[in-house]
Design a protein around this ligand. Sequence first.
Ligand SMILES: [Zn+2]
Length: 57
Amino acid sequence: MKQKAKQKLVTIDPVCGKRINRNKAHIAISYKGTDYLLCCPKCQSEFEKKPEKYVTD
Ligand SMILES: [Zn+2]
C-alpha cells in the first residue's frame, strides 16, 4: 500500500474510541486548533456537549 500524504488517514474517534477513516468520518469538528473526527451523529452530540471530557493534551 502506498501512502501519498503524511497526514494519517486513520484516526481515533475520541468519543467511542473507534478507528475511523478520514474519508468516511461523519464529521470533523475543530476544537482548540485540532480537528477531531466523529463517526456518527451520536458521537458528534456527545463531543459537542462536553469536548473537554474527550480531549486530552
Ligand atoms: Zn464514534
